[in-house]
Design a protein around this ligand. Sequence first.
Ligand SMILES: Cc1cc2nc3c(=O)[nH]c(=O)nc-3n(C[C@H](O)[C@H](O)[C@H](O)COP(=O)(O)OP(=O)(O)OC[C@H]3O[C@@H](n4cnc5c(N)ncnc54)[C@H](O)[C@@H]3O)c2cc1C
Length: 548
Amino acid sequence: MSEIEREAMEYDVVIVGAGPAGLSAAIRLKQLDADLSVVVLEKGSEVGAHILSGAVLDPCGLDALIPDWKEKGAPLNTPVTADNFYMLGEAGGVRIPNFPMPPLMNNHGNYIVSMGNVCRWMAEQAEELGVEIFPGMACSELVYGENGEVKGVVAGVFGLEADGSYGPNTEPGMELHGKYVFISEGVRGSLAKELIAKYDLSAGKEPQKFGIGMKEIWEIDPAKHKQGTVTHTMGWPLGGNAGGGSFIYHLENNQVYVGFVVHLNYKNPHLFPYMEFQRFKHHPMVAELLKGGKRVAYGARAISEGGYQSMPKMVMPGAALLGCSVGMVNVPRIKGNHNAMLSGKAAAEAAYKAIQDGRSGDELTAYETEVRTGAIGKDLKKVRNVKPMWSKWGMLPSLALGGLDMWTNTLGFSLFGTMKHGKTDAAATEPADKHKPIDYPKPDGKLSFDRLTNVSFSFTNHAEEQPCHLRLADPNVPISVNLPKFDEPAQRYCPAGVYEVLEGESGPEFRVNFQNCVHCKTCDIKDPSQNINWVTPQGGDGPNYPNM
Ligand SMILES: Cc1cc2nc3c(=O)[nH]c(=O)nc-3n(C[C@H](O)[C@H](O)[C@H](O)COP(=O)(O)OP(=O)(O)OC[C@H]3O[C@@H](n4cnc5c(N)ncnc54)[C@H](O)[C@@H]3O)c2cc1C
């Protein structure tokens, strides 16, 4: 693409992604120096359109960034008032009391929020400070300088021909150059993936681990709604097939977030994460809550789970990875937004100091030091063994030992050191013939829904005539390798029904319905052959989440 002539714009800091990490960085930069030029580029049609997060928000990140967020009208309207944890069996559940839980698991002082709305509010704060925010602008390429440093990004390429070539309606986009470029694309970002490979940033670290999180918003009978109540479950229906569990958060307006996370290191390629979620809603406790209500939105997104030992090096010449582009989710707390905000703040402070010192295009090592040794590192270090314990020993032993480890870590030591994750999630998938197929009940259309019906509630849209953004390194692999060996698990792990194996005239054919893609990135993570590369489609495409 080097022959393409593009206009270039110069900024002090270019930020990719208007999630909590990117917006926090933008706000902090302008708080420190109103004269800095800062731009934020977001692929969603508006800020918040691609944000999917439960969410119970620990406000410590917001407290540090905008201490008077309450007076400024931040949409944190529902304090957590009750915190329940259940171990489910098929017909019932046992409530685990809160007292044996380590203090870090306590949700007291946290808020049930729509992170989409929190991001929309943060964008307003940023714009008031003079940050330029461009939604509908996907950053599709990185621009490197003469010395191999990251110099900027290409954003705003529209109207490519279906084969990826330039046609009469193609807009080539523009280059945005910065003294520093912040990559805050969230989990499994496409530019972050390129940078991690180019600069070998994961060398010496454990592989990143992931889960797939699916979520629906329900409007329920006001008599059953208990604003401020947070419920987490484990156990049924996943049992021993995979790690994971559910969340049910009662926010305002008689709405509840009903969500389900499946750890992507599951072995059995017959597992169907979406159908596990649908089945979960038929549990008597959940069915009773939802009966008579209606599902008003659906979405899905991968969640980073590797934690402390999986964080790659996060700085390279000219750029820094922020938030879940690094992977900063505290897995037992299922919380990453607070760390995303703190990382944005820390990156901004490091860049501000560097720019003041006349630097540009180098490594912001002060940022990395702050992440590893400051509040984020401390938060993640205490829980670093919970995920590897679960992968190694299963749910019940890891509940007991993970609890013990979190307690001792709270006191400053661990009996287990730092455990390893081992394999990537893709490599964890085992051949289909080693596992039994799983029989999933048909969705009833009341509590449970088929994938395509649910995808229509993500309000996803992709222009049909553009190139497929789910690139197969070898188009033969799905049928020649994945189908015989793994029963092509893409048919099941994708929560949006993008991938199908159809019977063609000369045998099975692989179809990629990229128009349905909700940008969760699971295919890029879980494909056992690592043959699928998720790249960003043109700006404005993808889901249009209301208040997820
Ligand atoms: C189901 C689920 C439930 C969760 N629940 C909670 C919870 O209750 N509490 C909590 O604290 N955390 C929760 N998390 C984790 C939390 O969502 C993440 O830690 C957080 O979103 C990370 O913020 P971020 O800014 O790094 O990335 P994101 O929030 O993912 O934001 C990234 C932004 O960058 C944009 N972008 C990506 N690539 C490009 C590109 N190339 N060009 C332009 N724009 C781009 C995206 O569209 C998006 O808007 C949950 C996650 C999931 C999946």
